[in-house]
Design a protein around this ligand. Sequence first.
Ligand SMILES: C[S@@+](CC[C@H](N)C(=O)[O-])C[C@H]1O[C@@H](n2cnc3c(N)ncnc32)[C@H](O)[C@@H]1O
Length: 260
Amino acid sequence: MKSRVDIAGITGITEITNSPDSTTGTKIASGRLYGIGVGPGDPELLTLKALRLLKSAAVVAYQAAEDHDSVARSIVAPYLTGEQTEVCFHFPRSLDPQTAKASYDQAIAPIADHLTAGRDVAVLCEGDPLFYGSFMYVFTRLSGQFDTEVVPGVSSPMACASALGVPLSYQNDIFSVLSATLPDAVLAAQLLNADAVVIIKLRRHFAKVREVLDRLGLLSRAKYIERATTTAQRIVAIDQVNADQVPYFSMIVVPSKVQL
Ligand SMILES: C[S@@+](CC[C@H](N)C(=O)[O-])C[C@H]1O[C@@H](n2cnc3c(N)ncnc32)[C@H](O)[C@@H]1O
């Protein structure tokens, strides 16, 4: 259904979206929200759909740490048109849920403003948007108000297994994703419970994880990789890794027990 709209100075024919007007309950026209998975690092690992939607969006938004460039933006930099409005937002590291929640609301407010004004917004997310992705905080806040589409991306466990050249999981294998931030007792229990595992968010937790793997007799199966698929990719024997220099974009892969 098409309708004539005039929102924030934009007049034109715009597709009616599923955005309810909170005061009247009627639908208002607005831009579309896209969650774009940009893959693990290699710009060629973007899907064709992600590329098309990225190029056609009026606004491109991405999350970045306060003192860093956005990794997701750097992956798609070759494809940006130069004509798009860019929105960089920061998420807090607060552990207090109430403080964090309020900061998330504030961080994504500019995205909501662009959507309300009728502009499509492509929110970039490293890897896949709904797999430990920063886009999820945008999605939970805005997908109820604005027409939303999520474009899946190549996720880091798949990228790391491919770059390492290891078959990850077969047949009835139980495959687990563990965060290195978990207590070592939890890591140990989950490692024993699974046939194949990836361990993410290593950074300063690397030494603890390596010690747990060693204790469980899994060290010989475990493989370490950092910045998979980028030009800075490094694969290092796990006993050679300097625990003080493990970057955030690193992973340990413990492939399937049985390689058929
Ligand atoms: C918050 S999660 C984001 C996952 C992402 N949405 C995905 O689908 O891969 C971040 C963790 O993913 C892993 N990761 C993401 N990209 C990576 C890469 N290119 N190489 C190695 N590990 C990566 C790291 O363990 C990092 O700490």
